[in-house]
Design a protein around this ligand. Structure first.
Ligand SMILES: *Cc1c(COP(=O)(O)O)cnc(C)c1O
Length: 262
C-alpha cells in the first residue's frame, strides 16, 4: 500500500505507516490514560478524535486497521474526497473547521459531527439542508476563548443567547462546546482558555442541557485540556506525524503567539 504514496508522504509516514501510526497511537493513549489518572477521571470519559487533515486515504486505511473509527477533518472538500475513497470503511467523519455556508451541502451529505458551529445563520442553513436530506448532525458550538481576532467562534458573551436559539433547529443535536486555545507553547497561557470553556459550559447547560461536552485540546496541549475537563480531544500530529502544511492554511490570520513552538 505504501507504493501509492508520494516520496514526501513516505518520508512522513515511514516505510511502514501502519507501524508508525500504531506506535504513535500507543503513546497518545498512554498519555491520555495518565492525564485522566492525574485528574481523577476515567479513561472512558475522554474521547480521542483523531485529526486526519493532510493524511491521504491510503494511510487512513492503516489507521482504520489500527482501530481508529472516527476521523476529524478541517476542510470540507478534503474530507468529502476521503469519505468517498473510504466509503467501504465504517468511519464517522467529524468536521472541525470553519464552514462557509456555500459548502453546507457537502457536509450534510456525510458528516456525523461538526465542531465549529458559530452563527445562527449557519445553524439555520444546516438545519434546512439536513431536513431535506432527512439527516441529523451532532454539533459543538465554537467559542473564542483566546480573544484573538483571527479565531472563529462566538464571543463568550454571545454564548448564552446563542444557546437559547438552538432549540429552533431540530436537526442539530447539541453536544457541547469547542475551542482552540491560544497558539503558544506557554501552558500558563493555554490553560485559562480551557478553564474559561469549562466555566461557560457550567453556565450554558442550565439553558441547553445538550451542550454538556467540552471539545478542546490538540497535540500540543491535550493533557492540559483533560486536566481542565475535556471530554473530546482532537489530536492530529501526535498520531500522524508533523504536518507539512502551515497552520495558517486552517486558521486564517494565524500568528503564533510569542513563545510558540512553530
Ligand atoms: C488540525 C486541528 C487539530 C489538531 O491539531 P494537531 O496539532 O494536529 O493535533 C485540532 N483542532 C482543529 C480545529 C484543527 O484544525
Amino acid at each position: 500500500m505504501a507504493s501509492v504514496l508520494t516520496a514526501a508522504e513516505r518520508a512522513r509516514f515511514g516505510d511502514d505507516p501502519s507501524a508508525t501510526i500504531r506506535a504513535n497511537l500507543a503513546e497518545v493513549e498512554d498519555r491520555i490514560t495518565r492525564a485522566c489518572d492525574r485528574a481523577g477521571r476515567a479513561r472512558a470519559d475522554v474521547r480521542l478524535l483523531p485529526v486526519t487533515k493532510t493524511v491521504p486515504a491510503p494511510v487512513l486505511r492503516h489507521a482504520y486497521a489500527a482501530g481508529l473509527r472516527s476521523f476529524g477533518e478541517n476542510k470540507i472538500q478534503e474530507a468529502s474526497g476521503k469519505h468517498d475513497a473510504l466509503a467501504d470503511l465504517a468511519v464517522d467523519w467529524a468536521i472541525i473547521g470553519h464552514l462557509q455556508t456555500n459548502k453546507i451541502k457537502y457536509l450534510t451529505r456525510f458528516a456525523a459531527e461538526f465542531h465549529a458551529l458559530g452563527s445562527v445563520k449557519l445553524a439555520e442553513q444546516l438545519n434546512a439542508r439536513l431536513e431535506r436530506e432527512d439527516r441529523f448532525l451532532d454539533v459543538y458550538v465554537q467559542v473564542n476563548t483566546s480573544g484573538e481576532e483571527s479565531k472563529f467562534g462566538l464571543h463568550p458573551d454571545a454564548l448564552l443567547p446563542f444557546a437559547d436559539q438552538l432549540d429552533r433547529f431540530p436537526r442539530l443535536r447539541p453536544r457541547g462546546l469547542m475551542t482552540l486555545a491560544l497558539f503558544t507553547s506557554d501552558m500558563d497561557r493555554v490553560r485559562p482558555c480551557f478553564a474559561l470553556l469549562l466555566r461557560l459550559r457550567d453556565a450554558v447547560v442550565r439553558r441547553n442541557a445538550g451542550l454538556a461536552e467540552l471539545s478542546m485540546g490538540m497535540s500540543g496541549d491535550y493533557e492540559i485540556a483533560i486536566q481542565e475537563g475535556a471530554d473530546v480531544v482532537r489530536v492530529g500530529q501526535a498520531i500522524f506525524g508533523h504536518r507539512p502544511t502551515p497552520d495558517s492554511d486552517y486558521w486564517p490570520g494565524f500568528q503564533p503567539a510569542s513563545g510558540a513552538a512553530q
